[in-house]
Design a protein around this ligand. Structure first.
Ligand code: FAD
Length: 405
């Protein structure tokens, strides 16, 4: 179902658009089981890697529906934008998460009881039928319905009493849409760390209703979700990243990362490209091995992006290079006599971690490095540093000001 090619994502969008209005609002919370997620778009793997942009999705929907008719769906797309913008101004949350996850990975080696619980949860052997089924679905398909993700995270934290960071890491390794912002912050939200003191409790009657009775009378679930064990830290608020202008008319290379694999607006502005490099940080999403579903999807997505660029810009094979490190990107830039390297903005997460120091390395060789923020983000992120409500209020203004495609 999730072939990374852009044309497949566009077909999926086309199929879904008619259902993105009132039908989505009424049915979206029902999880009908693996391969039966008819009421949601299943676009997230393409959107996560910006193979299809949020702007394109919302434009297609608003061509068929009014904003009030598709309000719920549009808001859900903006949840993604909100999480990304929030993490940009609170990068310490991602840093703390990666440090904690690495520590916990070491603890798993020595703490046998933690390891046993963790292995049971991640192999679908807890004895909680719904949870075990979701584990298998996640591993097999690389996708879980939003409601299942909420129930799963809640059971992980409050019933199994496992550290939330290990659950977030498990998701990041297996979700085709695994995203440092949406994933980490949704897990924190369930655990009561995002909205102070507000946790999410998975209840048997709610699971039964929204799985249409597939799971009933789940007696093992925790009856309470106390945030008491958590120290709700006050993460530091940093300014948003700045938009970096690039020079025109100089030999320019485009760096494609997992964060934006269809930067058409940017490519149009740059003009002829001297060279293109692909860099994937998929293996750095976790200190545990990444699911082959995920690495195959990302690898396929990079190949497809290269093919599309070649078609539109007449770049031949020799001008597209695969780079695996900061060093190899610098070598690529020097080999192609580049004056500047331009890339869509690299937001907080594994790609930014993996490319730490790239700007300085390039500058030391006299090569300019520019990260360009998409207009959708530029319009939305200034309203994303506090609660979602603030951004939600701005949606009509943003949509009227962003010249939709
Ligand atoms: C614990 C937990 C972990 C999650 N991890 C991720 C993740 O790693 N990556 C990810 O993209 N989403 C994540 N989500 C959010 C949400 O579950 C998925 O975006 C959604 O289920 C994707 O399916 P869809 O494309 O069919 O969504 P639809 O309902 O069709 O929504 C359309 C698009 O809107 C965005 N969206 C919808 N709901 C949300 C939401 N609650 N938060 C952020 N964006 C949303 C997605 O880009 C999605 O493709 C997580 C949610 C929870 C509770």
């Amino acid at each position: 179902m999730w072939n990374p090619k852009r044309e497949n994502g566009l077909k999926q969008l086309e199929r879904f658009v008619a259902r993105s209005g009132r039908e989505y609002a009424a049915q979206r919370n029902f999880d009908l089981g693996m391969n039966r997620h008819e009421h949601v778009s299943k676009l997230s793997p393409w959107v996560r890697h910006r193979i299809i942009s949020e702007e394109e999705v919302v434009t297609a929907v608003l061509e068929k529906h009014t904003l009030s008719g598709a309000e719920k769906f549009v808001q859900e797309v903006f949840w993604r934008t909100y999480w990304k913008g929030w993490l940009e101004t609170h990068p310490s949350v991602w840093k703390d998460y990666t440090v904690r996850t690495s520590k916990l990975a070491k603890e798993l080696e020595i703490n046998t009881s933690l390891r046993e619980q963790f292995v049971n949860a991640t192999t679908g052997k807890t004895g909680i039928a719904c949870f075990d089924d979701w584990t298998h679905e996640l591993i097999e398909s690389g996708y879980l319905h939003n409601h299942a993700r909420m129930w799963f995270a809640s059971i992980w934290v409050f019933t199994l009493k496992l550290p939330w960071e290990l659950g977030a890491d498990f998701f990041l390794r297996h979700l085709l849409d695994g995203d440092p912002a949406s994933n980490t912050l949704s897990w924190r939200w369930v655990a009561g760390l995002h909205t102070k003191g507000k946790t999410y409790l998975a209840r048997s009657d709610n699971i039964s209703k929204f799985t249409k009775g597939r799971y009933t009378n789940i007696t093992q679930l925790s009856k309470e979700a106390l945030p008491a064990n958590f120290v709700a830290e006050a993460p530091s608020l940093l300014p948003l990243p700045v938009h970096e202008p690039f020079k025109s008319g100089v030999p320019t290379g485009l760096l494609l990362t997992d964060e934006d694999l269809n930067p058409t607006e940017l490519v149009r502005k740059i003009g002829p490209l001297a060279a293109v490099a692909n860099f994937s940080s998929v293996e750095q999403r976790s200190s545990f091995p990444i699911s082959s579903n995920v690495s195959d999807f990302v690898c396929g997505a990079h190949k497809d992006a290269g093919l599309r660029l070649r078609q539109t810009k007449c770049l031949n094979d020799s001008l597209i290079s695969e780079c695996k490190s900061v060093k190899s990107i610098c070598e690529w830039a020097l080999r192609n006599n580049l004056n500047q390297v331009v890339t869509p903005h690299i937001s907080v997460g594994p790609t930014q971690d993996a490319l730490g120091g790239l700007s300085e390395e390039l500058q030391s060789k006299g090569i300019n490095f520019c990260q360009v923020i998409a207009r959708w983000d530029l319009m939305s992120w200034p309203h994303s540093s506090r609660g979602f409500f603030k951004l939600r209020k701005k949606i009509p203004t943003i949509l009227s000001e962003v010249p939709l495609i």
